[in-house]
Unconditional design. Structure first.
Length: 557
């Protein structure tokens, strides 16, 4: 072996990355793709701060550009793409560091199209590009490449789950497809031998023991506002509630929940067999999954059964496909009786709505529609940008084109590159009427509703928390009824609000309802007053009535 490469190998194995970086930079004037790969990887192992990532990205980029047709060049490109995504998704960059990381995401598209000609299908390359398309908000390409991995039998557990989940953003899958692939997905989930687990309790407890498993009981997560509804309203003589936290950190919000339940246990450092034995030992009667396919690491717990009864509720509004998920909580507006065979779970129907918001943590006052004082009519959607597909863009663009002096405020609940959407709206000729905002702190977020006349829901993947928030601030939400659970959430919310007139049957009706309401300011003003005055008395926020029915159902099962 060449002495230089021997030294590189030794330094790398000894994890002396600083020395290795210095050695490569000082010893190789003309670096090959192989050397540039080693240099970039050494930077990543040495530090994950933004500046190190950018230096590594530069190394990988040079490696690909030098050897576009070699395997080392391909490896450099894959590393370039993955590191570009890592830089973009970095949550807490240094305060003194400012860099437009979306530039690198955009470069990956050109390089990928070029590499496909030379290398054809490559699993690692396609997998890397899936992450790019997801962060750019290009759902069509995301789904196309997931399908490519599926067809080549290259989907792992995480990717399979994400593929199913991302299909919720478009209307190309029927409910039978969700059921089909969710059942197939179950086969990818680990089966833990029963001889490693203690037996499930079958002896009746003095009180009904209910367990909830969640990684989101912190930082005012949207799920907490719905879960709090039932935790604040239950009969402690009949029920014991156990909360299993799967988050590495805890905060004031977490502590607030701890005092509402019988017992909490943080399972974040336990493996799945340990968690299964812990919860089985607690003799839970009814275990709730409030994450669905979004919890890849823990979905195996429900496949392997934590309790005698298992229920999917709240966090994922579709079928899990799991044989051991016994029930799915819905309502009569979400799943019709003749559609139950599209879900693997037995459907539990609540009489009004499938969930209930515990209310905001601050007092609010009624505000007039901004359009009464301004010349503009302001529409808004604060749903995550992945929900804004081509059909949504088409309808929203028609609204902006046909409602005089109108504008649309968009703010994503997740970090997504807005450039892709900007291009779409520009193609429709309405980009100047669209305002893109970054994710805001909670108090600033709610104050934004004071600038909004009408909220526009996404479809087929409706908003839930965003709709409850808008309504609580007195802002009407125009939604469209879809074909399954998650695409009818907006319809159920408006039905229970007594705002059936704001539920569109199709895209044409959606456009007409938005235009009509925007152009009748008196009607808009009256609707806002009605929503603000009456919403707290509707099933959307009637926590005591909701909880009473919720726990009665648990007694029955």
């Amino acid at each position: 072996m060449d002495q230089k490469f021997l030294k590189i190998s030794n330094l790398f194995n000894e994890k002396k990355y600083d020395e290795l970086i210095f050695f490569i930079q000082s010893s190789f004037q003309d670096k090959s793709a192989q050397i540039l790969n080693i240099l970039g990887v050494s930077r990543l192992f040495n530090s994950r701060d933004p500046k190190s990532l950018i230096l590594a990205i530069s190394d990988f980029k040079q490696g690909y550009l030098k050897e576009k047709k070699t395997q080392f060049g391909l490896e450099a490109l894959i590393n370039f793409i993955n590191t570009a995504v890592d830089l973009y998704t970095l949550q807490s960059p240094a305060e003194d560091f400012k860099h437009d990381s979306s530039i690198y995401l955009n470069q990956t598209n050109f390089f990928y199209d070029e590499a496909k000609i030379h290398f054809g299908y490559n699993q690692k390359l396609v997998s890397a590009m899936v992450k790019v398309y997801k962060n750019q908000g290009d759902i069509t390409k995301t789904l196309h490449h997931y399908k490519m991995l599926f067809d080549n039998n290259n989907l792992n557990l995480s990717m399979f789950s994400s593929w199913i989940f991302f299909n919720n953003y478009k209307d190309e899958w029927a409910q039978k497809d969700y059921l089909k692939y969710s059942k197939l997905f179950e086969k990818y989930i680990e089966k833990i031998p029963e001889n490693k687990l203690i037996k499930i309790n079958k002896i009746k407890n003095d009180k009904i023991k209910i367990g909830f498993l969640s990684a989101d009981i912190l930082k005012k997560h949207s799920i907490t506002y719905f879960l709090k509804t039932i935790l604040k309203n239950y009969d402690k003589d009949k029920f014991e509630i156990y909360l299993y936290l799967d988050n590495n950190i805890e905060d004031e919000n977490t502590n607030e929940f701890k005092i509402l339940v019988e017992k909490t246990f943080n399972i974040s450092k336990l493996n799945n067999p340990q968690v299964l034995n812990l919860i089985r030992k607690d003799k839970i009667d009814v275990m709730f999954d409030i994450a669905g396919l979004t919890s890849i690491e823990r979905i195996a717990l429900f496949k392997n059964r934590l309790a005698a009864k298992q229920i999917s509720w709240l966090g994922y509004c579709n079928t899990t496909g799991l044989k051991n998920m016994d029930y799915l909580i819905a309502d009569k507006n979400l799943i019709y009786p003749d559609e139950e065979d599209g879900y693997s779970e037995k459907i539990i129907y609540l009489s009004n709505i499938w969930n209930c918001h515990s209310g905001l943590d601050f007092s609010i006052v009624q505000t007039e529609a901004p359009c009464l004082k301004e010349k503009n009519i302001t529409f808004a959607s604060f749903n995550n940008f992945n929900k804004i597909n081509d059909n949504v863009i088409n309808v929203w663009s028609q609204i902006l084109q046909n409602v005089k002096n109108s504008k649309l405020i968009l703010k994503s609940s997740l970090k997504t590159d807005s450039n892709f959407l900007k291009t779409k709206f520009a193609d429709k000729g309405v980009l100047n009427s669209v305002i893109f905002l970054e994710k805001r702190k909670l108090d600033i977020h709610f104050n934004l509703y004071k600038q909004v006349d009408i909220a526009l829901d996404t479809f087929p993947y409706n908003g839930v928390t965003t709709s409850f928030e808008a309504i609580s601030m007195g802002v009407p939400v125009i939604t469209m009824k879809g074909f399954n659970f998650n695409s009818r959430c907006g319809a159920s919310i408006n039905m229970n609000l007594g705002m059936e007139n704001l539920i569109a049957k199709d895209e044409e009706d959606y456009f007409f309802k938005a235009k009509e309401l925007a152009e009748d300011k008196e009607k808009l003003s009256n609707i806002r007053k009605k929503i603000f005055k009456n919403s707290c008395d509707t099933p959307l926020f009637d926590t005591k009535k909701f909880s009473k029915e919720f726990f009665k159902i648990l007694e029955n099962i």
